[in-house]
Design a protein around this ligand. Sequence first.
Ligand SMILES: [Zn+2]
Length: 484
Amino acid sequence: MQLTWADCWMNHKEDSLNSSEQSFCDAYYSEAPTHRLYDLRWIFLDVDEDDVSEDWMEVQLTNLNSVFLPWGFQFQTNEVVIIADAVAESDDYYEEWTLREILPDLRAQLGLSEDEQMALDELKDELAARHVSQEELDNITLDEEYNTAAAFRLASRARSESITIVIRPGLDASGKSGGPPPEFQISRGSVLELRSTLLNGNSLTTLPHEMGHFFGIGHTHAPDYNEAEADFGFEQRWTRMAHDGEAIRRVVGEDYSQPFGEPYLAYDGSGQDLVEHQELMGEAFVWPTWNFLYSGDQEKFNSLAEFVQAGEAGETIYRTNFERNYGFDGKSVEWYGMNCFWNDSASEGQCLFGEDPVIRLNNQHPLLQDSIFFENGTVSNLMSYITPPYEDVSSRRGITDEQEDMIRFTANSPMRMLLYNHCLGTELCSDFPDNQDDSGGDDSEVGPVPEPVPFCCTGTSTEIYVAVGIVAVAVALAIMRRKR
Ligand SMILES: [Zn+2]
């Protein structure tokens, strides 16, 4: 069985690596990988076996891989579990069951014994083997209570070498996901959720978008502005960085001029290296964010340094993509909905700013090209709610170079390095395109933003998960169409 980064990190600390393990860790966990191939576990809750088609999974997987291939990420199905009558599946967040009650679900997912006490011991063994701390293990008892998400997250942690996708009817969005927390020895695993109604359609945008969140990138837009332009709030956000900006400056320099690169925590790094990596997880979100901001009359920033300069000079900084007058209360407003959208009649992507007059920019404007829209406007940003007409793969598959830095950084976070990367030590990834990794070097991690206001809404802490919305998109598009 392949060693994960977490195995190497923990065993190195305990001085328990044998020489062949040591060589493996040295070869593959001293610097960031260029390619990644991850296993997927598909877990269907309250879905009949008849409703799960292999074709559907195949189409979803093929599309996901097409979207992520340019970034050197690929996925393969490793396991499919269908629980037609799950105990822990509800649309009520507060409904809870004891661990004893959810054992049937855990047995179906993890193959635990019939005997309760044996099943509990086996569960703890699985978690311990994946480096859940003793303190966390001690809190797991047959009487401990779990809601739906806590139940499937516990199971996913016991299979943390794979990415778990839970497909269930009770989800209150078409998809949900989030980035990793800084701490990896917790018993709450990561999960990407899809609503089971997706099984009846051919939507291809949700899964790649949620995978984007899973690897630490947030929405391009800010929700809920009732102004003609969406003030980014430089003062509140910049001055309240989790570590006063020190973590991000360690990477991009005091003047913010250096490339982010791919910060990486080597398996034999020090405790201080881990702390600095975790601190960077709290501040790294600013790196992809500056590219979705502007000042003045839609003047784009060309670098993080330019953005910081403008903000520190007291200029108002605005979001490029936002959701305006969302809580429309019947008052007369000129327009509401997403300010960036696919305009059917013009057959192009556009964004609206200001009012009196409303300024309408198309995808070729420097502010929008290669950040909100890509490939001559035929493709939109993966993390937007804009979906140009389909071709054969999701037409929402563009990301900026900075977002790409971020997904690699997140893939290098301790929590995500519980995953197997099947590219390491194999030929499985030799046909991937070459990455144009600009800087190499060390990377760090993802973007959980512990406390200050996150710039975007990605799951920056364990509890903050991002509802995505094909539903929201459909509603927004319907609204936009009505207005135009
Ligand atoms: Zn989302």
